[in-house]
Design a binder for this molecule. Structure first.
Ligand SMILES: [Zn+2]
Ligand SMILES: [Zn+2]
Length: 425
């Protein structure tokens, strides 16, 4: 379907049409078939538009066996048709990076971690100028982020609005280094053809923009799914887990007009923090019985909507026990194995519960995420969620700091940080 960029700019909900164009699907399909035939040496043609012919850069490769990061130099390989090289300027360390680093989540060998990335367009392969999600041409030096996961656009799931479950999904920050690094712990990251790229408005600092393509977009997806069955405006909502997802959800719910936003976490500091992001009530399971307390706060009924971003079984159970008859429990935190949930079908039936799972997001959620950050960063102190960044050379220290100190986000900064505008505490 053709999409007029002028129309798109005025209709945020239709942004997704840009990534559903048959042209893009066709180029991506060709790329995938090319990748299957690619030898380790590759035989792609060097583009006249590729700015830097061959430059030595550095990446940190994660070894899942020893759980260590090792710096490696590599020369820029020629870019294939449709590939875009990004000079990485900032990368925040997401919870899933930490799960991989600690061995809780598996990773391929020689993996370049980091998927919450902002960078500058540095070149592309082929003669066609690549475009962003609004079908506007990219330019050298333009500051962008992109979808963390890229679907093929034509498989069973991609054609049913579930491109994050594509049968041949590609995920940044989760792949072995091949011709190019495709993660954030590297001086350059090469985007595969068909990657939904979105420009970052100048008003958003790198540190604020970085989580857009993971946490912020996932929360946007959570609200999109919620709206399919439940109104958010005037709703009572509960959020379990006051990490980046939960804090972002509080702000997005507040902006969407939720009447009450109750946030549950054990960490007193995080609970204090989330009050500056729209939370109306904070609760710790160490201080009270959460479902009981929720009932007291909601005239004995329970909340309309509960979001789990913590993922642990008791957190999920807490959500299910705290929603009212006809309520929605949206589960987005359990990205790791746990014991099975004990829930009788009769309970689901008699209480008319809606239980939804969410994993990652689709392109329109990323567009909404960037729009949200641009508008809301003035009202909510998003810059304070990211700690003082480490240089790339200290990537391992950044991970150790993230594990020891549990900041909302640890960060890696590359280059001179001229885009950085971290708030001072
Ligand atoms: Zn992530
Ligand atoms: Zn697909």
């Amino acid at each position: 379907m053709a999409c007029n960029p002028d129309d798109v700019e005025h209709q945020p909900t239709s942004y997704a049409c840009a990534v559903e164009s048959p042209t893009l699907h066709e180029s991506l399909r060709k790329y995938w078939s090319g990748v299957r035939d690619l030898t380790p040496l590759g035989l792609f043609v060097t583009s006249p538009l590729e700015r830097t012919a061959s430059m030595t850069r550095h990446a940190f490769l994660f070894d899942p066996e020893s759980r260590s990061l090792a710096k490696q130099a590599f020369d820029d390989a020629a870019l294939a048709d449709g590939e875009v090289r990004i000079r990485v300027t900032f990368c925040t360390i997401c919870g899933s990076d930490l799960h991989t680093y600690t061995g809780r989540r598996s990773a391929p060998p020689q993996c370049v971690l980091g998927h919450e990335i902002v960078g500058l367009v540095d070149g592309w392969g082929g003669t066609d100028i690549p475009t962003d999600v609004f079908e506007q041409p990219l330019s050298i030096g333009q500051r962008v982020t992109w979808a963390m996961a890229v679907g093929c656009g034509s498989c069973f799931y991609c054609t049913r609005g579930l491109s994050q479950k594509c049968e041949s999904l590609f995920k940044y920050g989760h792949e072995s280094i091949r011709q190019h690094p495709t993660g954030g712990l590297a001086e350059s990251c090469v985007l595969i053809p068909g990657t939904p790229v979105i420009p970052i408005p100048d008003s958003i600092p790198d540190a604020v923009a970085c989580p857009a393509n993971c946490a912020t977009a996932t929360v946007a997806a959570a609200l999109r799914l919620t709206r399919q069955t439940h109104a958010i405006e005037h709703a009572s909502a509960m959020i379990v887990g006051a990490g980046m997802l939960g804090i972002t959800a509080a702000a997005q719910l507040a902006e969407a007009g939720a009447r009450s936003i109750i946030v549950v976490d054990r960490d007193a500091k995080r609970l204090q923090l989330v009050q500056r992001f729209g939370a109306t009530t904070i609760l710790s399971p160490d201080d009270c019985d959460i479902p009981q307390q929720i009932k007291q706060l909601t005239e004995g009924r329970g909340v309309d909507i509960a979001f789990d971003f913590a993922g642990f079984l008791p957190a999920v159970e807490c959500c299910l026990e705290s929603i009212r008859i006809g309520g929605l429990a949206l589960l987005a935190g359990s990205t790791f194995p746990s014991d099975p949930l004990q829930l009788s079908p009769e309970t689901i039936l008699r209480r008319m519960l809606t239980i939804r799972g969410l994993h990652n997001y689709i392109t329109e959620d990323l567009v909404e995420a960037v729009r949200f950050l641009e508008a809301a960063q003035i009202k909510y102190p998003f810059a304070e969620l990211v700690s003082q960044p480490y240089p790339l050379d200290q990537a391992e220290q950044a991970f150790e700091f993230a594990l020891a100190e549990r900041p909302i986000r640890a960060a890696i900064q590359l280059g001179d940080g001229s885009q950085l505008d971290l708030a001072t505490e």
